[in-house]
Design a protein around this ligand. Structure first.
Ligand code: ASP
Ligand code: MG
Length: 357
């Protein structure tokens, strides 16, 4: 079994979805396939904006929802033959009414909790995956759509929930073995807590969904289909002669994805790494490009440097003073204070004199 994940730009409009479907068709000929989909490009942000606008008491949220509804309805109309449209159109309408109901509640209460946020933004992936599944069926590719919330179990840390791998792996194995279909379509990004509330895996989390699935069923490969031909030696927007990287080790990919290169969501590597499942980053718009293969060992290519990455919007905090020298517990207090505020630390250095952190 293999897992193919398509990002927001790969499903942004009918032309792109048709490209994705060609890839899915081709790939699923020889091997049972699980397809994981992101929301249509831009939709998660629009859903968030609708919620935030409603929370401010601004009725403009209705226009945002109208735009979201129209975009999905148009997509269905351009992807499905007339005779197959009605049930999918009504699915889309129902989901969009739910979006409106939630936002009406947010508007009345002027309250947009992280729990409500997850309920709301989950619709992006629910809609995109459903439409893709319907389009696949209409083009003769029998497939089973499954709500990922029934399979992926997390804690209650809304907007960036932590996966309960024991419960999740058990459910995934039970669902996918023995396989009842050759082709499955699942929404990425979304999961549920022990009480059945919708949670999400963090922005960009559909990659992570693909990796969680791939690890649980010991997939032959997890392919991340995006809009670039793999990871590069530097950010091509900043460095004009950046080059594609053909292979990377899990550790190298993790380092590069943490800093700047938004090609893959960093937590994605962890579940596949322990099972040594290869991850391939591929370009939906240039499927013949080799992409980047991420596996246990990278190939030595004569240079010890894999790439140069950068990160924006980051604060440098330094704690210093002679009173710290030789006194245990300073680092603990500093990092505990940061952790209590849910501030993530990406790099730590300490002078050997212990005079500054
Ligand atoms: N739709 C979600 C986001 O924009 C998840 C994803 O696309 O991976 O963050
Ligand atoms: Mg993404």
């Amino acid at each position: 079994m293999q897992v193919l994940k398509f990002g927001g730009s790969s499903v942004a409009n009918p032309e792109n979805i048709k490209r994705a479907v060609e890839i899915i068709k081709h790939k699923s000929q020889n091997e049972p396939t699980i397809v994981v989909v992101s929301a249509l490009g831009g939709i998660t942000n629009q859903l968030l904006e609708a919620g935030r606008t409603a929370a401010k008491g601004d009725e403009l949220y209705k226009e945002i929802i109208h735009a979201i509804t129209t975009r999905h309805l148009e997509l269905v109309k351009s992807l499905l033959p007339l005779t197959d449209q009605s049930s999918t159109l009504s699915f889309v309408m129902q989901r969009c009414h739910e979006i409106e109901d939630i936002c009406n509640g947010v508007y009345l209460l002027r309250e947009f909790s992280s729990k409500t946020e997850d309920r709301l933004i989950a619709y992006g992936e629910l809609l995109s995956s459903w439409i893709l599944s319907a389009h696949l069926s209409a083009t003769g590719n029998h497939n089973v759509w499954k709500d990922a919330r029934e399979l992926i179990r997390t804690d209650v840390h809304f907007t960036k929930a932590v996966v309960d791998y024991n419960a999740t792996n058990h459910r995934l194995q039970e669902f996918f073995f023995p396989a009842s279909s050759n082709l499955y379509v699942l929404p990425g990004f979304i999961a549920s807590d022990p009480n059945g509330n919708t949670t999400t895996l963090g922005r960009g989390g559909s990659d992570y969904t693909a990796a969680i699935l791939g690890a649980a069923i010991e997939a032959s490969v997890v392919e991340i289909w995006t809009d670039v031909s793999g990871m590069m030696t530097a950010d091509p927007r900043l460095v004009s002669n950046a080059k594609d990287i053909p292979t990377l080790s899990y550790q190298e990919a993790m380092e590069l994805s943490h800093f700047g290169a938004k090609v893959i969501y960093p937590p994605t590597i962890q579940p596949v790494m322990t099972k040594k499942i290869p991850v391939v980053i591929k370009n939906t718009f240039a499927p013949d490009d080799p992409g980047t293969l991420i596996q246990a060992h990278s190939k030595v290519n004569g240079t010890p440097i894999r790439g140069i990455s950068s990160i924006k919007n980051i604060a440098l905090l330094s704690l210093e003073g002679s009173g710290m020298v030789g006194i245990p517990g300073f680092s603990k207090r500093l990092f505990e204070a940061l952790a209590n505020q849910e501030i993530n630390v990406v790099l730590i250095t300490q002078a050997s004199s212990e005079h500054s952190i």
